[in-house]
Write a protein that binds this ligand. Structure first.
Ligand code: NAD
Length: 493
């Protein structure tokens, strides 16, 4: 790939919106200009701008990582490429809705605070990953021992966390007599709006009780369910973009053709009508969020750990293995589906088949290792909550304990092989595993990590017994035979 002469050229794209970009100003400040936002919310917003009268502009804010992405975005007039791939075709789309970008480690945090405090801003949206909320993964409450939070409580005007940035910007808006806004979490967390509200109000309470009360009473935090598989980019995928559009866009992403967005309709300063681009506004998102988090993300985690143990690099490769495919369908239909609200108006068997079809798309190179990251932040909502729910209801479960057992083996192997563990709790895992001697003791030490498992992880609970049994079976039979036995078990069919 040689980009030295090539430029992003709208003529190279199949789909290009036509609204007047001169009308764009920052209505939405988005924190976390990662792959997912580019392939999801930015696409919805771009399409909506084309179908409604007043276009909404987005200012992108990154608070971490290399400045290259934001620099590249600015150099190409804030335009970027999205390639959407089905199993048999691919299309290119030019996204035109971004009008500004800030990288706070270079531009200064004040610039982001002032941007959110501009009078015309109506929404701050977020894709900052689960750990960006600095909350205890098990209880969902703000973790006051988190290093970023401790920094921000000591220096509230120079925040390093997204929570600190938003709180300071809201303080400035209130001081200036500006209208309140809405904070829209688009991360994979159940009740992500409520979690964000609790985290920000708890943080503000530590600094200024009046401000906390004002936020609680005036700012809204709609919850969302977001869905589109947007893998981290690889050199091969940049080549795909170049082959399709003539330019290996450094800000481009390649994703699946499916997308879904369910949003709680609770915006205090207005919102784009994203429904014209296919989003659904509802009064209660929770049943949809739990469905997606348990069936899709839970299965992804099952495959990330157990698939990695079996040597699969990508999710679609797991789906090419008949036993993994059957076990995944069982996890979805016979376990996760039974943990969901009976009021959900979705055919869950059909939803499971749709998900397995999406996972099988060999054009989407979603790495098991990418999904395996940050397990401490993901396991509670994807595995611990549904498994304890099923156990309380007397429903037997094999695949959910296997998901957690897969994580135990994956983490123990990583510590023993001295591999990097991508997780905010990596140090704690290393200490726990190194202090134990037998595999069973190592598993027990990890199950005792309170922030992930709470009281469920204690020795002798139904939860622990089921997970420990799956852990031992994987150890004794090997992962392939164990998954084969789950797939072959007629009692589970
Ligand atoms: N990629 C997907 O397929 C997908 C699908 C559905 C939902 N999501 C959600 O989107 C999130 C981001 O995924 P992605 O693919 O964009 O990842 P990414 O690695 O491409 O981007 C992550 C973004 O989060 C920011 N970030 C990380 N830690 C932060 C922190 N502590 N505070 C503030 N910002 C922080 C980074 O700067 C970056 O902009 C996921 O964690 C998940 O909750 C992703």
């Amino acid at each position: 790939m040689n980009n030295s002469k090539a430029r992003l050229n709208p003529e190279g794209f199949k789909f290009v919106t036509t609204y007047n970009r001169d009308q764009l100003s920052t209505d939405i400040v988005h924190i976390g200009f990662g792959a997912f936002h580019r392939g999801h919310q930015a696409v919805y917003n771009d399409l909506t701008n084309d179908l409604t009268s007043a276009p909404w502009g987005i200012c992108e804010v990154n608070m971490f990582g290399s400045p290259d992405l934001v620099n590249d975005l600015k150099a190409q007039d804030h335009l970027f490429s999205v390639v959407e791939k089905s199993a048999t075709s691919m299309d290119s789309r030019l996204v035109r809705t971004v009008c500004e970008a800030i990288h706070t480690p270079v531009d200064g945090i004040e610039v982001a605070i002032e941007k959110i405090a501009e009078p015309q801003v109506k929404i701050v949206s977020l894709t900052i990953t689960e750990k960006g909320y600095c909350a205890d993964p098990q209880s969902g409450t703000l973790d006051l021992t988190n290093a970023l939070i401790q920094n921000d409580l000591a220096n509230p005007k120079q925040p390093k966390s997204a929570l600190g940035l938003i709180t300071e910007a809201l303080r400035v808006r209130r001081e200036r007599g500006l209208n309140p806004i809405s904070i829209l979490s688009c991360d994979n967390i159940p009740e992500n709006g409520l979690l964000t509200k609790n985290a920000i109000v708890s943080f503000a309470t530590q600094i200024d009780a009046d401000l906390a009360k004002w936020i609680e009473e005036n700012v809204t935090f709609p919850s969302t369910m977001v869905d589109r598989i947007v893998p981290a980019m690889t050199a091969d995928e940049f080549e795909v973009i170049e082959a399709l559009t003539g330019y290996a866009d450094p800000c481009g992403v390649v994703c699946e053709d499916f997308r879904q967005w369910v949003i709680e309709d609770n915006f205090v300063a207005g919102r784009p009508d994203w429904s014209v681009a296919g989003a659904k506004f509802v009064s209660d998102v929770l049943p949809y969020e739990e469905m997606k988090l348990r069936m899709l993300n839970g299965s992804h985690s099952f495959l990330a750990y157990n698939g990695s143990l079996a040597g699969f690099e990508y999710i679609y490769q797991c789906m090419q293995d008949a036993s993994f495919r059957t076990a995944t369908l069982r996890l979805m239909k016979q376990e996760q589906a039974k943990s969901l609200s009976p009021d959900l108006d979705v055919d869950l068997d059909q939803y499971a088949e749709l998900l397995v079809g999406r996972f099988s798309n060999a054009n989407i190179k979603h790495k098991t290792a990418q999904i395996a990251m940050d397990g401490s932040q993901k396991l509670p909502q994807r595995a611990v909550d549904p498994l304890t729910h099923l156990q309380a209801a007397g429903v037997s479960a094999t695949c959910l304990p296997t998901l957690v057992a897969g994580w135990l083996h994956f983490t123990i192997n990583a510590v023993e092989q001295d591999k990097e563990i991508f997780d905010p709790m990596a140090e704690q895992f290393k200490q726990a595993v190194k202090a134990a001697s037998t595999p069973a003791e190592k598993a027990r030490a990890l199950l005792s990590v309170d922030k992930i498992f709470g009281a469920n992880g204690a020795a002798g609970t139904d939860f622990s017994k089921a997970v420990e049994a799956a852990f031992t079976s994987i150890q004794q039979s090997g992962i392939e035979s164990y998954i084969e036995s789950i797939a072959a078990n007629k009692e589970l069919a």
